[in-house]
Design a protein around this ligand. Structure first.
Ligand code: FAD
Length: 205
């Protein structure tokens, strides 16, 4: 075990990977986080983040806000700093393959280097399926969103259009219906691909 690069390798430095990193490092494990882009993941795209745990809008004695909405960049920087403070190390490279030999995980990077660890956490996140329509890219974070619970609050009372006809779209539309009466859907017959009870509820409402 002495030739290990880390006790724990974490692939991906989004909020999940960074949280795992601070827990692991705080438990005295030698933690190596491998990230292909930048620490923060999708959180770096968030314009204003309100719903992180602990955000209760606290003020100091002079009335300055010490805890409140943050940009995604600030949130990511805080998580990154916290993980590093507890002792996690970071390596910026893409992981192309994981193998297991005996009890050791071999994590291969895109440059061919192999990093060895006793355990690996894959925290590589997910990516929304894009519509690839004009305006989508330019307005992402400025009216085009991929998460109703994250961003719906910014569009309270406004006209909101939900694209999609499956369970996820149905759930998002139901959530948004509490924020706006002008919530329309892209498909005739609405959620034709939705299987959850949500479809019945929303079509009746
Ligand atoms: C525009 C926008 C606004 C949002 N607003 C909010 C909000 O207000 N509130 C909220 O709670 N959530 C919000 N979200 C959702 C939130 O950002 C995600 O739920 C969260 O980032 C998921 O964290 P994660 O760590 O699981 O994955 P990710 O953030 O996707 O991180 C995964 C990381 O893994 C890395 N990675 C992937 N493959 C490899 C590989 N092979 N090798 C090395 N690294 C790899 C990626 O580069 C990435 O950095 C928003 C998302 C977007 C896009």
């Amino acid at each position: 075990m002495s030739d290990l690069d880390a006790d724990l390798i974490i692939i991906g430095a989004g909020p999940a990977g960074l949280t795992a990193a601070q827990y692991g490092a705080r438990a005295n494990l030698k933690v190596l986080v491998i990230e292909q882009l930048a620490a923060g993941g999708q959180a770096l795209n968030i314009d204003v983040l309100e719903n992180y745990p602990g955000n209760a809008g606290q003020f100091d004695v002079s009335g300055n806000m010490i805890c409140g909405p943050k940009t995604g960049y600030e949130f990511a920087a805080d998580l990154h700093r916290q993980a590093e403070t507890f002792g996690a190390s970071f390596l910026y490279e893409s992981v192309s393959c994981i193998k297991k030999e005996d009890d050791i995980f071999l994590t291969e990077l895109s440059d061919g280097v192999i990093k060895k660890a006793a355990a690996v956490i894959i925290a590589t996140g997910s990516r929304p399926r894009l519509l690839n329509i004009p305006g989508e890219k330019e307005f992402t974070g400025k009216g085009v969103s991929y998460c109703a619970t994250c961003d719906g609050n910014f569009f309270k009372g406004k006209k909101i259009f939900v694209a999609g006809g499956g369970d996820a779209a149905c759930d998002e539309a139901r959530y948004l219906s509490h924020l706006s009466n002008h919530n329309s859907c892209s498909q005739a017959g609405y959620f034709t691909r939705a299987k959850s009870p949500c479809r019945k509820n929303i079509e009746q409402s």
